[in-house]
Design a protein around this ligand. Structure first.
Ligand SMILES: *Cc1c(COP(=O)(O)O)cnc(C)c1O
Length: 394
């Protein structure tokens, strides 16, 4: 389906709301019926008929069509956060005594769902290095029900060969779920590669303006119907109609934003890569990246996330560098209009901060919509301020 049609028109039945171009925000918890027969029909198909907003809300329903089309899926559900979308998907596939095989470094709260929450219900998780698909196969036990992927992850960008992992899963009757937040649906379509369920933190690229927390989940009609009737309705992690409208407005410019970012990210990474103070660049589209070939095979374009390990002697220098930036804001999250830095050393206040899971000198960058020249100038001035070296590049 044509991308511009999806973003600008799909699901928008304008005759039903007085030809308004922008869909109304159906700010209502409840829907009333003219007679019992129509009420009965609505209850019988609560996924698709407005009855009560925890189930179906007309503003949210437009998004379900757009997200499903973007992910080449049959249907989708919209949630109040990426974590709500991911948790509903994961929990839907499991019962006590089951086993999960997951990439070793999923998003931190996904890992907590596995290790703190599901562990309490006697569900065990084996963490593997997902850069080698055989590790998934080797970790299978008789009770394995789920392969979890996040490709690439959002700090060091390790990837899984999605097609290969899904093939192993299918041959063994195992469900596959992927966190596709890094790529956005424009740059990676896991369902076309055989994946069962795909979710996003829509807070990031889909909404794109750092003004709403939301999540989306896409899959087959059958799976979405099941999840709706169970985790979606019982856990109730829904999006508000107002936030759904904000997400829809964000989607209008998704293609423009992603195209812009995919170009400017190269300008900034090219500058940083050749810089004397860069120890290592972590960026899937860098030819020296360990999985560069897989990136080119699996991802249409890069997005605005990458990291560098910087040649600093101590945490103080990294603090000073980040503090000296003017346009890169110091914040977590990513995918909004604004450029950001997130230093790993902010995660650990102890004296032995160098013994972290991740390189202590790693700084994660998010490239927003600013002119990349402005961003490069900002990095130059912060470097020279902190490291007192003349920056001669570019
Ligand atoms: C932010 C993020 C999430 C969680 O999404 P929320 O919208 O904050 O709940 C999940 N996965 C990845 C990769 C993320 O970056």
């Amino acid at each position: 389906m044509d991308l511009s049609y999806i973003l600008n028109h799909l699901g928008e039945n304008r005759e039903s709301y007085m030809q308004a171009v922008s869909p109304p925000i159906f700010q209502t918890s409840n829907f009333t019926f003219k007679d019992v027969e129509t009420m009965r029909a609505s209850i019988a198909d609560e996924l698709n008929t407005p009855f009560y907003t925890r189930g179906c809300n007309p503003t949210v329903a437009i998004l379900r069509k757009k997200i499903a089309a973007l992910e080449s899926a049959e249907d989708s559900l919209i949630f109040g956060s990426g974590v709500a979308a991911g948790s509903a998907a994961i929990i839907s596939q499991l019962k006590a005594g089951d086993h999960i095989v997951s990439v070793s470094k999923p998003y931190s709260w996904t890992k907590k769902l596995f290790s703190l929450f599901l562990d309490r219900f006697n569900i065990e998780t084996t963490y593997i290095d997902g850069t080698n698909s055989a590790n998934y196969k080797n970790a299978i036990k008789p009770n394995t029900k789920l392969f979890f992927m996040e490709s690439p992850n959002s700090m060091t960008f390790e990837m899984q060969d999605i097609e290969e992992v899904c093939k192993i899963a299918k041959a063994n009757g195992i469900c596959t779920i992927i966190d596709n937040s890094y790529a956005s649906p424009l740059n990676q379509k896991p369902i076309e590669m055989g994946c069962d369920l795909v979710f996003h933190s829509a807070t990031k690229y889909l909404a794109g303006h750092s003004d709403v927390v939301c999540g989306v989940l896409a899959g087959s009609n059958e799976k979405i119907k099941e999840i709706f009737a169970s985790e979606y309705m019982t856990l109730g992690g829904i999006i508000s109609p107002n936030d759904a409208w904000l997400l829809m407005r964000g989607l209008r410019t998704l293609e423009l934003r992603m195209n812009h970012i995919s170009k400017s990210v190269f300008e900034v990474t090219d500058f940083l890569k050749s810089h004397e103070l860069t120890e290592k660049l972590y960026f899937p589209f860098d030819p020296d990246f360990a999985q560069y070939e897989l990136a080119k095979k699996q991802l249409a374009k890069p997005t605005g996330l990458f990291s560098i390990a910087i040649k600093a002697d101590n945490r103080g220098e990294i603090d000073d560098f980040c503090n000296a930036l003017n346009y890169f804001l110091l914040a977590c999250s990513w995918g909004g209009h604004e450029s950001l830095v997130f230093p790993v050393c902010a995660l650990d206040s102890s004296a032995n901060y160098k013994n972290n899971e991740m390189p202590w000198n790693l700084i994660r960058f998010n490239i927003g919509l600013e002119d990349p020249k402005l961003l490069i100038e900002d990095i130059k001035q912060a470097y020279s301020k902190v490291f007192m070296k003349s920056v001669t590049h570019i």
